[in-house]
Design a protein around this ligand. Structure first.
Ligand SMILES: Cc1ncc(COP(=O)(O)O)c(C=O)c1O
Length: 400
């Protein structure tokens, strides 16, 4: 036993090693990765970033290299206000807080609103990073099922009504409206409106995580829940991680000024502020129109890869296997028959030099979802997609 064992917090002691990670650690070098959620690094806008860093050093070094405002670098805040208002989010400077990627906002939401043991609602399945962060802050997660239209409002209401009967105030519902991670599904307009009604009725915040909003490949853009909100019930977050680069670690939160004050106080106690240098870089990159160009190019590439992956699934998967057909984002979600031994499926796929992210990573109860797989189509070329999908399909056929 580790000589430090008695020093760990209860939350850390309760964390058990994940079976998924143990199997995935056996990944071979040179494997085809369908498991990540990354932009394609071959297309990072290196030259533009070099040019802008040089510009920032020549023109903004005194502020970009200094400690700054905890809520954000003023130039970026002003630019975020413009972006938000272009999406009808009725935003002023005091509605904005910059974060170290949306991930930081998971912890800040808990610090600001959740005492250990408090309840929050999450979608089932939902983003693994959020589950980890919420668990790490002692939140009690209440999973609510999704279907091909996103989270089911009637099920959300059922949970809230039950908790109300027990005298329990649920603090927020964590909602992924666009091209949900992991399932790739999007919340219908009707459901967006219904969730707002429910939020108001039970006085529960909607924490809207919209990391993939800029990556729509088909269909019409839907209004963000934030833009439909007349009652200050939504805390919205999005990020430059998917549009510019995750290594820049800059995202933002939009909410009522009172909530932003609370979240900024939590942020000061956590990271003081997000890097002013990276905020200056992100702002200038976007203001110059480089971001828009880069997103357009990335979208073209990812749309092709998504369609290619859908074709490969059609070509190789046996009857009984289903998958989602996302209109955007980075992922699609495959479901094999329930009786399949999912642990064995992952082991054999990894052994064959391919990776996917298995279902349990996205369930609060991580014994669930072994017959499911999140596949990411952004970082692999057509040849790798073909080989990867064929490998997974062959393993499934063998185990069926
Ligand atoms: C749904 C969702 N939210 C948030 C994040 C975290 O992004 P960031 O890099 O901004 O912390 C991700 C990253 O994969 C994501 O998929």
């Amino acid at each position: 036993m580790s000589k430090y064992a008695h020093l760990y917090s209860g939350i850390m002691k309760a964390a058990k090693p994940s079976k998924v990670n143990q199997i995935m650690a056996k990944q071979k070098p040179g494997a085809i990765h369908l498991s990540g959620g990354f932009p394609d690094p071959n297309y990072f806008p290196r030259e533009e970033i070099k040019e802008i860093i040089s510009y920032v050093m020549d023109n903004e070094a005194a502020t970009a290299l200094q400690y700054g405002n905890p809520a954000g670098y003023p130039k970026l805040i002003e630019h975020v206000v413009e972006i938000a208002n272009s999406k009808n989010q009725k935003t002023k400077n005091e509605n904005v807080m910059v974060v170290n990627g949306s991930t930081e906002s998971f912890g800040l939401m808990c610090k600001a609103f959740v005492n250990p043991g408090d309840y929050i609602i999450v979608e089932e399945p939902t983003y693994s990073g959020a589950i980890m962060a919420f668990r790490g802050h002692g939140a009690n997660m209440l999973p609510v099922p999704i279907d091909d239209q996103g989270v089911i409002p009637e099920e959300v209401e059922k949970v809230l009504a039950e908790k109300e009967k027990e005298g329990i105030q649920v603090k927020f519902m964590y909602i992924l409206p666009n091209y949900q991670n992991p399932a790739g599904v999007s919340l219908s307009l009707e459901r967006r409106k219904k969730l707002l009604e429910i939020a108001k009725k039970y006085n529960v915040l909607i924490y809207e995580d919209d990391a993939y909003i800029e990556f729509r490949y088909e269909g019409e853009e839907l209004p963000t829940i934030k833009s439909l909100d007349e009652d200050g019930m939504v805390v919205y977050t999005t990020t430059f991680s998917k549009t510019l680069a995750p290594g820049v670690r800059i995202g933002w939160v939009i909410a009522e000024p009172e909530l932003i004050k609370g979240l900024t106080a939590a942020k000061m106690a956590t990271s003081l502020m997000s890097s002013p240098l990276n905020q200056a870089l992100s702002a200038e990159f976007s203001i110059r129109g480089y971001l828009k160009n880069h997103v357009e190019k990335s979208k073209e590439l990812y749309k092709k890869r998504k369609n290619y992956m859908l074709e490969a699934l059609e070509k190789y998967m046996p009857e009984g296997v289903t998958w989602t057909k996302p209109q955007g984002g980075y992922f699609l979600w495959v479901t094999a028959p329930e009786h399949i031994d999912g642990e064995e499926m992952l082991k054999q796929v990894v052994e064959a030099g391919v990776s996917y992210r298995p279902g349990p990573s996205f369930y609060v109860d991580d014994t669930k979802g072994w017959n499911q797989a999140r596949l990411c189509f952004t970082t692999v070329d057509e040849e790798a997609i073909d080989k990867g999908i064929k490998t997974i399909a062959d393993v499934i056929k063998k185990l069926m």
